[in-house]
Design a protein around this ligand. Sequence first.
Ligand code: IPD
Ligand code: CA
Ligand code: CA
Length: 255
Amino acid sequence: MLEFLQSAEEAARRGGNVLRAWSSKFTVREKSRSNLVTEADFASQQAIHEFLRGRYPHHGFHGEEGLDEVRPDSPYRWVVDPLDGTTNYVHGFPYFAVSIGLEFEGKLVVGAIFDPSRDEMFLAARGCGATVNRRPLHRSDVPELSQAMVVASLPVATSPDDMAVKRFLRMLPHAQTVQRTGSAALNLAYVAAGRLDGFWSTSLKPWDMAAGIVLVEEAGGKVTQLDGGPFQLAEPNLLATNGSNIHQELITHLA
Ligand code: IPD
Ligand code: CA
Ligand code: CA
């Protein structure tokens, strides 16, 4: 497992270096309304793919920017977001990351999230704990929602009628503060690091969540669906918290 973790780390760092190299020279395209992509997204994915393909030619690969390699004979699949938080990246708002998760027989076992702006490498492997820049990570001890900083990911092009927006507004009087930050992967890393106490979304893709799930669980946090049911990577339904009473409080207010 540790070999895979080192590979995830190296791949995430290579992706992050590509994002640094492209900053302020990229051009922006809209995949759909408000859903941005740049050369940096593709170049980061290419660097990550080349590295992992070189080491593990038989593993599956599932990358956001149209790079899907299905390997039915391998129990391993890399799930990669080469730039999570593209809108932030485009605006120079330094809250974006590379996210690399590894599945073994459909279970998430390794996660690496690299924030090139703060030079922070978040790593976790199943049963081995979680770290940031080699220091152990631990979820927060905040016991109640009224003392909590929580965060939501909303759909990219949303509207006041959207259920996700209504849920977000409903939470405002219950938490100490409710944020929307623009990088689901970093939100999960921050729940693992105890910098956020809870995070939810109903509009994420596997590559937004894969690495962060391992981080939150290995840092002592809890991950379920919004109604408390078992989390499933293929479904865009995620509630991640420090595992305190906050988890149940969020279920009550969000479901
Ligand atoms: C986005 C971010 C954002 C979330 C969006 C995602 P991208 O990822 O994670 O926080 O609200 O749903 O699409 O497009 O920047 O990789
Ligand atoms: Ca993403
Ligand atoms: Ca992305």
